[in-house]
Design a protein around this ligand. Structure first.
Ligand SMILES: Nc1nc2c(ncn2[C@@H]2O[C@H](COP(=O)(O)OP(=O)(O)OP(=O)(O)O)[C@@H](O)[C@H]2O)c(=O)[nH]1
Ligand SMILES: [Mg+2]
Length: 373
């Protein structure tokens, strides 16, 4: 009988003594901890204790000992801004680690030909951070062709190969897709729940040593406060949808009941919203916005775990004839434009939980264009 020290699915040490601790197994010969077993076979989630400090230590030690390693750094195209961890990039650069950047989940976008612009942007961006000859790959884990190409890249390298990246960027799915393609085996557990992988998982791909790693911090993420049974709602499994509105002064759009987008303007404002198809967008007058949110919030059960505050606002004064982009981590992004200067505000009773960044659209980086219908 074979006994396993660590779970094949998430890498955590297996134990038979405490049901409430990670890595619990019923029988000593189980390959998967109970939590991975349930997730893998029944899609059932069990609450796990995640120690982000421990994960950071694991990643630090991978980078510090990477003199004979190649690291694949995954960037989740849907969560572009939050995929970039400056501290980790700095460490990779300082330690002169051979790094391959993988831009993943390109299937969420419509026109792959435009992806060249993204790569160009990233090459510049990463070079500006000091990386001398960064390598880039564009991936979609459901593409057999791209997975076959990645297998060739792995085969040609004689170093230890680590896949790192923010949680949910698709590391485990990527490695599993290669294992499936080669050996019809999909041993690692992949899921839309953050921090599925807990420890380093060593694997062999065409006799090369490949390692899955736990995703680093998603402290910023709204997903952290959402009940796992609702997380699927937030995972854009299919192509992101563009919703287009023309908003007049005093009109608003409410996204689920998470936040409202309102404008003050003398002319119509064009608003494009790029989110998962499952998101509900409702148009209302700004005077009715707060009432609408409070009345309908019960229909959005996933918000019940949040502590509500007073309605608070984030305001932007936007120049005429410029695309202004607002990224909302894990939700999507908004592009607003008008031929006159206007004010835009985001209002929410959960503003503290939402990670928002914004900038004027740079002409060289019109990456959101490839999902335009
Ligand atoms: N659309 C799309 N979704 C993907 C792709 N790769 C992974 N996903 C989805 O992204 C989610 C996270 O995938 P995982 O492979 O578990 O991510 P991870 O990086 O291993 O996450 P951690 O283990 O938490 O660090 C899952 O719902 C996957 O189905 C992809 O290429 N395209
Ligand atoms: Mg994983």
């Amino acid at each position: 009988m074979k006994y396993y020290n660590s779970c094949l699915g998430c890498g955590v040490s297996l134990q038979t003594t405490n049901e409430n601790k990670n890595g619990y197994i019923l029988n000593e010969n189980n390959k998967y901890c109970l939590s991975c077993f349930k997730l893998k076979n029944y899609g059932q989630y069990t609450q796990k204790i995640i120690d982000t400090n421990e994960i950071n230590k694991i990643i630090d030690s991978v980078i510090e000992n990477a003199s004979n390693s190649r690291i694949y750094y995954l960037i989740d195209l849907f969560n572009l801004h939050t995929s970039i961890n400056f501290e980790i990039l700095e460490k990779l650069n300082k330690n002169n680690v051979e790094t391959v950047f993988i831009i993943n989940k390109v299937d969420l976008f419509r026109d792959i030909s435009n992806l060249e612009k993204i790569t160009d942007f990233f090459v510049e961006y990463i070079k500006n951070l000091g990386f001398k000859e960064p390598m880039f790959l564009i991936m979609n884990n459901s593409s057999k062709k791209l997975i076959a190409e990645l297998i060739l890249v792995i085969q040609e390298c004689n170093k230890n190969q680590y896949f790192i990246g923010v949680s949910n960027s698709g590391k485990s799915t990527m490695i599993n897709s290669m294992l499936k393609e080669l050996y019809n085996n999909n041993q690692i557990v992949e899921s839309y729940i953050p921090n599925t992988t807990e420890k380093i998982i060593p694997l062999s791909i065409e006799n090369k040593e490949v390692f899955d790693t736990p995703g680093f911090s998603r402290d910023f993420s709204i997903l952290k406060n959402i009940d796992p049974s609702f997380l699927r709602e937030f995972n854009p499994e299919k192509r992101i949808k563009q919703f287009t509105f023309q908003l007049n002064d005093g009109h608003s759009i409410v996204l689920d009941t998470l936040f409202g987008i309102s404008v003050e303007s003398t002319v119509k404002v064009n608003i494009h919203i790029y989110v998962s198809k499952k998101t509900n967008l409702h148009r209302t007058k700004t005077v009715n916005l707060e009432n609408y949110i409070l009345k309908n919030i019960v229909n959005y059960d996933y918000l019940s775990k949040f502590e509500r505050s007073e309605m608070s606002y984030k305001k932007y004064k936007i120049k005429a004839n410029n695309d202004f982009v607002i990224y909302i981590a894990d939700i999507g992004w908004i592009v607003a434009k008008s031929n006159e200067q206007f004010n835009l505000s985001l209002s929410s009773i959960y503003l503290n939980y939402i990670n928002i960044t914004s900038h004027y659209q740079d002409n060289d980086f019109i990456w959101y264009n490839h999902i335009k219908d």
